[in-house]
Unconditional design. Sequence first.
Length: 283
Amino acid sequence: MPPRAASHLARNQVGHHPDKEVNSRSESPYLQQYHHFRTDLRMLEWLNMRLPKAITRIVNKERIVLRQKAGQHQIKRLIDLLDESLKLLEKPVGSKSSIQFSDETVKLLMKFAEQKMFENRGTMFIRDMSLVYLIATYEIFLGEILSILFEGRPEALKSTRKELTTEELIMCKDIRTVIRRISEREVELVIHQDVEETRMYFKDRLGVDLRQFTNWREFSERFYRRNIIVHNSGMTNEIYRRKTGYKGKDKHIGVSQAYLTESIQLFESTAKKISEHFQVKFG
C-alpha cells in the first residue's frame, strides 16, 4: 500500500474521530497537516507496542502445534542430532564422522530454527520498516505544506524548476489547473531530493531554514540510516560516513526501540514547529 494511502487509512482507524472534523475545518491548513502527521505517529507507536508481542504469541502457538505433530520420538531424535553435532565439534580436524537422519527429522529441525529466526528478526524488521515509514510520511507532510503554500501564494512558483509542455497547457481548463500541475511537479521534485538539498530549497526559495526547528544533525541522520536500511541491508557505507560524520568500522546498524521512540518524538516536534512557522509567515 502506498504511504499516502496507508496514511489516510491509519487516520480512519487510530485516534481519528468524525466529531473532530468540525473543529479541524476552522483550523489553519498548515496545522491540519501537522495533526494528520501526528496521527500517523500514534499509529507507529501503537504497532510497535503490540506487534512484537503478537509475533511471540504466534510463534509459541506454532511451536506447540509442531511439537504435537512431531511426537516424542521425533523430538528425541532432534535432541540426539544436537548432541551428536556438538560431539563432532570436539573431534580433531580431519577425523571422519557423519550423522545420518531421515529427511523428515531434518525438515523438522529446520522448521524449529525458522520459527526462532522469525521471532527474533520479526521485531527488528518492524522497527526498521517503522523508520522507513516515518521518513515517508514526513515527506508527505512536507509536500502537503508546500502544496498549501503554492495554492495560496502562486507567486512562490515563479522560480520553479518544472515547466509544462504546450500540450499539457492546452489540456488545462483554467489557470488554477495550470498552477496545480506545476505545484505537483515541484513538490515531487523537492521531497524526493537528498534531505540537505531539500533544506537548501526551503532556505533559498522560501527563506525558511529548516535547521532552526530541530537538532539538524540528529534529524538528518535518520534519512541516511533509512537509506542504508533500504538500499544496503543496514550496512554503513561511504555515503553514510560522509553525510553523518560516522567514523567507526563499517557495520550493520538497525533501529532499536529507544532509537525509534526518539525518532518519532524528534519528527513530531519538528513538524509542529514547521507548521506553526508557515502559519505565521505565510498563513
